[in-house]
Ligand binder design. Structure first.
Ligand SMILES: [Zn+2]
Length: 223
């Protein structure tokens, strides 16, 4: 389906004007604003090659208003996103892996060699503040597929966190790259899938890292 046809179909269905924009975002790939006079849609270029069933599901979502995005569309976005590489968009000066206590890049390289034959190719950086203000939960690590970027919370740059634990957080994020999240045929989203957990448990200090996390769980929240 071409975008012109898509736009015309939606306009017919919602009996309203539709403003369609194609984006090349690496985070928000789809946004819809249902305004009284006009429905504004910003849609990623990956939809230019979407199969008919995806476009049909998408137009259903746009017609229905405020409903949930169909899992098939979410799955399509996620799958396509995993194949995109926007890493060139990260300014090199934004990547800071050397900390006061730990060097993330050094840990990452060690893990890459030990577990992945050095074949994983991701960027890694600290993020957040080194001190914790309140009792809010902390995300220790995250992985951004489209940027091929691992971010580790600056809070972990502290001897309070044992080296094997910091490495485990990095390893966990690398496993997210190697065993990406997916939607099954029933539309269930598997982030930490069976395959993910199997690989995650290969970490040499897996039991110790889990035990450490359990002990300190009340203070922090992770991954
Ligand atoms: Zn995770």
């Amino acid at each position: 389906m071409t975008f012109l046809t898509f736009q015309q179909e939606i306009e017919l269905a919602v009996k309203k004007k539709v403003q369609l924009k194609i984006n090349d975002n690496h985070t928000t790939m789809l946004s819809v604003k249902w305004e009284p006079e006009c429905t504004k849609i910003s849609i990623h270029r990956i939809f230019l090659e979407a199969p008919k069933n995806i476009m049909d599901a998408l137009s259903c979502y746009i017609k229905k208003k405020n409903g949930h995005l169909c899992p098939s569309v979410q799955a399509y976005i996620e799958e396509k996103l995993q194949n995109e590489d926007y890493s060139y968009r990260i300014p090199p000066e934004k990547l800071i892996s050397q900390g006061v206590c730990y060097d993330l890049k050094q840990f990452y390289d060690e893990i890459n060699l030990e577990y992945f034959e050095g074949k994983v190719n991701l960027a890694i950086t600290w993020f957040g503040r080194a001190t914790k203000k309140n009792r809010s939960r902390v995300t220790f690590g995250m992985y951004q597929h489209s940027l091929k970027l691992i971010k580790i919370h600056k809070l972990l740059d502290n001897p309070f966190f044992p080296e094997y634990f910091v490495k485990f957080v990095i390893y966990h994020e690398m496993v997210h790259h190697v065993r990406p999240a997916y939607y099954d045929t029933k539309g269930k989203h598997h982030i930490h899938s069976k395959e993910f957990k199997e690989l995650e448990s290969q970490y040499i200090h897996f039991a110790a890292a889990k035990a450490w996390m359990k002990k300190h769980y009340d203070n922090f929240f992770m991954m």
